[in-house]
Design a protein around this ligand. Structure first.
Ligand code: NAI
Length: 486
């Protein structure tokens, strides 16, 4: 019996508009297009069945079609309820040939504004390969690769297998979040219909490639506790990912999200940025570039010192609550902006999160606050009227606002990230990596950068043989040791 749907998107009639955007994005994604040229003819991903969970944007559409061009079969969901661009999802579902359901179309399950129930349903859909199995006359029913962003797809497999081993899904505890209850319900239903499903899927998975800091953090935890079920490549810590996407991507998409959401003039305002990692650095630079006076907070003395030397005031949030007009969190931590903080802010302060999950701002606490009232200004922009008579503006309900209120990072920077993703998929699919969390070899990281130089007119200097011998560095790289920090 097959339960798998061919795809589920908001509106297929958007496919043509999406295709136009994809064409333009391809022009801005030279790394992915170079991989299509290099590997398209040999199709090294033939036989790869990739379950993808990553923001279903125009840029991701170019990634998906690159994986397909390299021979892979793909099923896709978004990794955030607000980040899908409906026209991109439609274009991918329809495929480049323009016929819905034609072989070129990819089963994508994503639309902007999913409920959490929708979201976890979509995530389970990327693991149901019964249609593809029936077409191939194969005995597998699931994927053999995961491409993840934030680790939700990986979490589902690990939790599903864990509960199958004990033969039961635990009851939710009183303090558990709504989302965790949805995950438990999803897995309870799966255990009732097919009690060996996630165990089989876990056995078939060759590996996962993980996009972001938060997902990578989850993988290292699994490795440390001995619970990791398959090898992983940490794409985030390729230099050409985190030092580019996280920083220059946010530098572009944070102000984009603020403008589209509120159109409040940033110049002259006081902006507060929690976290001065890669994302925080991009955020602080963008806000300063718009003329804001930026205050940064950090828990790490090294990053705090960096922020100070970059010219930012470094302060605790409590010290500047009544001063800042815009609050941005980008830490990957939880409860960075608490209800107490929200209550202390100026009237109509803007509160925005660009860290991966929605608990950086204590949204659950805010929803439980008696006397607080939520007024929708427009989708993904809410005025919360607080019991003290002041309001705060919360963007994207506390979720990634650069994707919820804008369209995420632009194509050129995502080409760097996604070229790493494709190389990581190629590595894990072709090689038998040992169980553990790995990063791509430096030479491949340098290759990603190389593929993006021509488009920017960069003239690279070549080492002379004497210089190469003097430094002990090969003329064609790798140029730096693994511990070099850029
Ligand atoms: P990172 O580890 O480089 O930086 C996070 C910084 O936050 C660290 O320096 C840490 O010391 C600091 N921090 C932790 N708790 C804090 C607290 N309570 N107060 C102040 N500072 C605190 O991580 P990165 O790469 O900057 O990523 C941050 C988050 O953004 C992650 O959740 C990541 O997944 C997400 N991300 C979001 C993107 C987007 O498009 N919105 C793009 C890339 C990453």
């Amino acid at each position: 019996v097959t339960t798998a749907l061919p795809f589920k998107v908001a509106d297929l009639s958007l496919a043509e508009a999406g295709r136009h955007q994809l064409r333009l994005a391809e022009h801005e994604m030279p790394g992915l297009m170079a991989l299509r040229e290099e590997f398209g003819p040999s199709r090294p991903l033939a036989g790869a069945r990739i379950a993808g969970s990553l923001h279903m944007t125009v840029q991701t559409a170019v990634l998906i079609e690159t994986l397909v061009a390299l021979g892979a079969q793909v099923r896709w969901a978004s990794c955030n309820i607000f980040s899908t661009q409906n026209e991109a999802a439609a274009a991918v579902a329809v495929g480049p040939t323009g016929t819905p359901g034609a072989p070129a179309g990819v089963p994508v399950f994503a639309w902007k504004g999913e409920t959490l129930e929708d979201y976890w349903w979509c995530t389970t859909q990327i693991f149901d390969w019964s249609v593809e199995a029936a077409a191939a006359g194969a005995d597998w029913t699931g994927p053999n690769m995961i491409l993840d962003d934030g680790g939700d797809a990986t979490l589902l497999v690990h939790k599903g297998r864990e509960f199958e081993l004990v033969g039961a899904v635990p009851d939710a505890e009183p303090g558990d979040s709504h989302e965790w209850r949805v995950i438990l319900d999803t897995l309870r239903a799966s255990l009732a219909t097919d009690p060996g499903r996630w165990t089989r899927i876990a056995e078939d998975i060759r590996g996962v490639t993980e996009e972001t800091t938060t997902g990578v953090h989850r993988l290292y935890e699994l490795e440390k506790s001995g619970d990791l079920l398959f090898p992983a490549i940490n794409v985030n810590d390729s230099v050409t990912k985190s030092k580019f996407d996280n920083k220059y991507g946010i530098r572009h998409s944070l102000p984009d999200g603020l403008n589209r959401a509120t159109d409040v003039l940033i110049g002259g305002k006081v902006a507060f940025v929690a976290g001065y990692g890669d994302v925080g650095k991009g955020a602080a630079e963008a806000l300063r570039g718009q003329g804001a006076r930026v205050i940064v907070s950090e828990i790490d003395p090294i990053n705090a010192l960096q922020a100070a030397m970059d010219g930012f005031q470094v302060a605790r949030i409590e010290s500047v609550l009544d001063e800042a007009d815009i609050f941005v969190s980008g830490t990957g931590n939880q409860n960075v902006i608490t209800v107490e903080h929200l209550l202390g802010m100026k009237h109509l302060a803007i509160v925005a999160n660009v860290g991966h999950f929605d608990d950086e701002i204590d949204m659950a606490g805010l929803e439980a606050l008696s006397g607080a009232e939520k007024v929708e200004i427009k989708p993904q922009v809410h005025e919360w009227r607080m019991p003290n008579g002041r309001s705060v503006l919360i963007l994207s309900e506390g979720r990634l606002m650069n994707l919820g209120n804008a369209t995420g990072h632009p194509s050129f920077v995502m080409s760097n990230s996604f070229t790493n993703q494709v190389l990581a998929q190629l590595e894990l699919f072709a090689e038998d990596y040992p169980l553990g969390v790995h990063v791509l070899p430096k030479l491949l990281d340098e290759k990603v950068a190389r593929l993006h130089l021509d488009a920017l007119g960069v003239e690279l200097t070549t080492l002379t043989p004497e210089q190469s011998a003097y430094l002990g560095v090969p003329v064609n790289g790798p140029f730096k040791s693994d511990h070099y920090r850029y």
